[in-house]
Design a protein around this ligand. Structure first.
Ligand code: ADP
Ligand code: TRP
Length: 321
């Protein structure tokens, strides 16, 4: 079974990225051949600063490795180190109906958020389809917001296969219900573009401040809160704390007598502790950047072998070779 996922180097990674995509991806690396990449071509649709892209790319590599991506198990690489994917994108664009792209939410959402509408931004799901199809991927672990793109990928692959004969493997998205949508500091979906993120490796003081200012209601500590399960701090606590600890806080909130200040303090402490070993690993990696670059180089070499084979298959099928 081949597992594939990608993440854009468009800003500091946060708990939504971690629980929605990175943690499931890291756990899956024991169950098949995993291919994970830093989607730097994709980031060109919304980030126009070269130095920032370079820095973010390195940060994603450090974050992912620190969180447990094991280069002995997974192939980890930079998207642009396998430029075959750009060639496959062209082949796929020619069989992609306009209507399929016009229906994609992400283009409309991003334009609404002020990102300049470009052809790249519009056609981005086709590049994502090429990312997935070029590695004969079976399973694509992602957060819920990416589900539509995997469905577009399936449609494109089916169309190409119908036109040119069996060429591509049809992939399946894998979305974990319990972390499909991690809420941010304001209760909306946690996202870099909403300014509501809690970073995985945020600076201690700033992150404590962010967590202490989570938006709560004005009920007094004494008041029982039967809706404790929906409380934002409880939802986040369930992600970062052992289940029994989170359950205990939820019970105390429901019974009354637990103040939001104490709850948020506990949330910060659990968050900070849960990433302590990853934080230490990240500091080691930061002092050993040659190793990180080598991991990405070796990953790209392995990825290229598969990508070349699948691209050649598609070129042969479509009469280019
Ligand atoms: P952002 O919205 O911060 O720009 P990305 O679009 O770069 O995040 O997402 C990278 C990966 O992380 C995707 O697989 C996405 O589904 C997942 N992800 C992002 N935010 C969340 C969230 N709040 N909850 C669950 N998964 C998320
Ligand atoms: N589009 C994804 C995002 O913004 C990143 C991505 C690019 C991806 N190519 C992919 C994810 C292929 C899974 C598979 O989060």
């Amino acid at each position: 079974m081949r597992i594939l996922s990608g993440i854009q180097p468009s800003g500091a990674l946060h708990l939504g990225n971690y629980f929605g995509m990175m943690k499931p991806a890291i756990e899956l690396q024991h169950q098949g051949e995993a291919y994970y990449f830093i989607a730097n071509y994709h980031s060109m649709t919304s980030l126009f600063d070269a130095a920032e892209r370079r820095k973010n790319t390195l940060d994603v590599a450090l974050d992912f490795l620190a969180c447990g991506l094991d280069p002995a198990k997974s192939v980890f690489f930079r998207q642009s180190d396998v430029p075959e994917v750009a060639e496959l994108t062209w082949l796929l664009t020619t069989v992609t109906p306009m209507g399929l792209l016009e229906r994609c939410h992400s283009y409309k959402d991003k334009v609404a958020k002020g990102i300049a509408p470009s052809h790249g931004l519009f056609a981005y799901p086709v590049l994502m389809a090429a990312d997935i199809l070029i590695y004969d991927s079976n399973i694509v672990p992602v957060g819920r917001d990416q589900k539509q793109h995997v469905e577009v990928t399936r449609d494109i692959a089916i169309k190409f296969n119908e036109l040119y004969g069996q060429t591509f493997v049809i992939p399946e998205p894998q979305i974990r219900d319990e972390v499909a949508l991690v809420p941010g500091a304001d209760g909306q979906k946690m996202s870099k573009s909403y300014g509501n993120t809690i970073e995985i490796f945020g600076e201690e003081k700033a992150t404590r401040k962010k967590i202490m200012s989570l938006v709560m209601d004005s009920r007094s500590p004494a008041e029982p809160k039967p809706d404790a399960a929906n409380n934002l701090a409880i939802q986040l606590l369930k992600l970062v704390a052992p289940a029994e600890v989170a359950q205990d806080f939820e019970n105390r909130l429901a019974a009354g007598g637990l103040g939001y200040g104490d709850l948020k303090k506990a949330l910060f402490e659990q968050y900070w502790d849960s990433f302590a070993s990853a934080r230490a690993r990240r500091a080691e990696l930061l002092a050993n950047l040659d190793y990180v670059q080598q991991v990405l180089r070796e990953g790209a070499a392995k990825a290229k072998l598969v990508a070349r084979k699948v691209l050649d298959r598609a070129k042969l099928a479509s009469g280019l070779d």
